[in-house]
Design a protein around this ligand. Structure first.
Ligand code: NAD
Length: 406
């Protein structure tokens, strides 16, 4: 079991600083409910301090103006630390999120390292300056960092998504304030420790775990040049509107309801085991999860039977064990949400072929891997993101119909 640290300070301006209030986020294990650790909750005043630090680091340098190769060296130091601490970080994320440890290794930490590795190399090779022909003679084109970035992070893939925002900001010479979600501040602060150890100039990277209100304060803070948000569609609409009012650059990565199309000549013995991990990835709490399985009407029953069999055989249990396929959902409220979708699917006429309830003998926030057959694409369970281990098999007539449904 990983040794989980609690924190009593925020990471702002290259230092561990006292938070403005005594508010904390407590993180409880989704498996046992026990307290894993706590982290200070950043409020508006802390956001202002983080923005001021990031602003100063961008406006007064040296980060944006130093040779790109030096920025890449600092990024490489962070990458080396991510590799050196990969096992511990993966165990921490599994403890905090409840995702199977195998997924933590490749989907949480490995993916984060891959992104940082990519941007570190890009920083070394990118043509930040070039001369191009212009109407009145040669023009020097210089690509510069956008400025102070705010990264708003969801709980499901916390470190990978932080890295998707951090690595390009670092590469371009921007500075950043990362706001981990209240559910996963421990992995956020673990990354803050690695950033601190890697040694960036003060204020280049700041970590302020916070809730919605302080998050909105950050999104609208006058010193922020760019907002990058990953999370729910509802929050994305709000953040997009706030940025629109300010003509502030904004990137939104929101929810999903991806479809996998199985064609009528598919070898189901190969396709089903290949597809299933994408459907139930991260216990189904993934924006890219392929949760709608589109099956040709001629082979519909066969597809349903194969998926039913495969889902019933999944190992549900302790996410810290290497052979566990499905762990608990992040929180009780998430389990309530998934169960309400299962009830809705049944009430709208879909048929549960496996699962549908809670597994016996497991106390955490578990839901059985659940397959729905007889699903029409207009049903709620086919239209809305469930964010749990629940898949729906939808019939199609021909390829054009499949594409339309997808
Ligand atoms: P959420 O929208 O509730 O929260 C995401 C983050 O935004 C959290 O840090 C939260 O504190 C913050 N937040 C919420 N409202 C805010 C506001 N008004 N102003 C500023 N910050 C605000 O989402 P969640 O429940 O943490 O994550 C699950 C969702 O994220 C799912 O819908 C999932 O599909 C989506 N997601 C998308 C991607 C992607 O790449 N497209 C990746 C992962 C997750």
């Amino acid at each position: 079991m990983v040794d989980i640290a609690s924190y009593d300070k925020l990471y702002i301006g290259g230092q561990w600083v006292e938070p403005s209030s005594s508010n904390t986020f407590e993180v409880h294990s989704p498996v046992t409910g026990e307290l894993l650790g706590s982290v200070p909750e950043a409020l508006e005043a802390d956001m202002d301090a983080a923005v001021a630090a990031a602003r100063d680091a961008f406006d007064n340098g040296p980060w944006p103006t130093m040779p790109a190769a030096e920025r890449a060296d600092a990024m490489q130091r962070l990458l080396d630390l991510v590799y050196a601490n990969a096992d511990e970080l993966a165990q921490l994320i599994t403890a905090e999120v409840g995702c199977p440890i195998l997924f933590s290794h490749f989907g949480q930490v490995g993916a984060a390292a891959m992104v940082l590795d990519y941007f570190t190399n890009l920083t070394r090779t990118y043509e930040f300056e070039s001369v191009r022909p212009g109407m009145l003679g040669p023009v020097l084109v210089r690509k510069e960092g956008v400025g102070v970035c705010a990264g708003i992070i969801p709980w499901n893939v916390p470190v990978f998504i932080m890295m998707l925002k951090l690595a390009p900001a670092l590469a371009s010479g921007s500075t950043i304030i990362l706001k981990p979600a209240p559910e996963t501040p421990l992995s956020g602060m673990f990354l803050a420790k690695l950033v601190d150890e890697a040694g960036f100039p003060p204020g280049v990277v700041n970590f302020v775990p916070a809730g919605r209100e302080a998050g909105e304060h950050l999104v609208t803070a006058p010193g922020v040049d760019k907002v990058s948000f990953t999370g729910s569609t509802a929050a994305g609409k709000k953040i997009g509107a706030l940025c629109g009012e300010r003509l502030r650059r904004c990137t939104l990565e929101l929810g999903g309801k991806s479809a996998a199309i199985i064609l009528d000549d598919a070898n189901l013995d190969e396709v089903v085991p290949a597809l299933l991990p994408y459907g139930i990835m991260n216990n189904g709490q993934a924006c890219v999860a392929q949760t709608r399985i589109l099956a040709p009407r001629s082979r519909y029953d066969e597809v349903v039977d194969k998926f039913t069999e495969a889902m019933a055989a999944l190992k549900v249990g302790d996410p810290a064990e290497m052979d566990t396929d499905i762990g608990p959902l992040i929180a009780e409220r998430q389990r309530d949400r998934v169960e309400s979708y299962i009830a809705k699917g049944i009430s709208e006429g879909a048929r549960v072929t496996t699962g549908g309830g809670r597994p016996d003998g497991l106390a955490g926030w578990y839901v059985e891997p659940t397959l729905f057959a007889d699903v029409d694409n207009s049903m709620t369970i086919a239209q809305e993101e469930i964010f749990g281990p629940v898949l729906a098999v939808i019939p199609f007539d021909d390829e054009a119909d499949a594409v339309k449904i997808a």
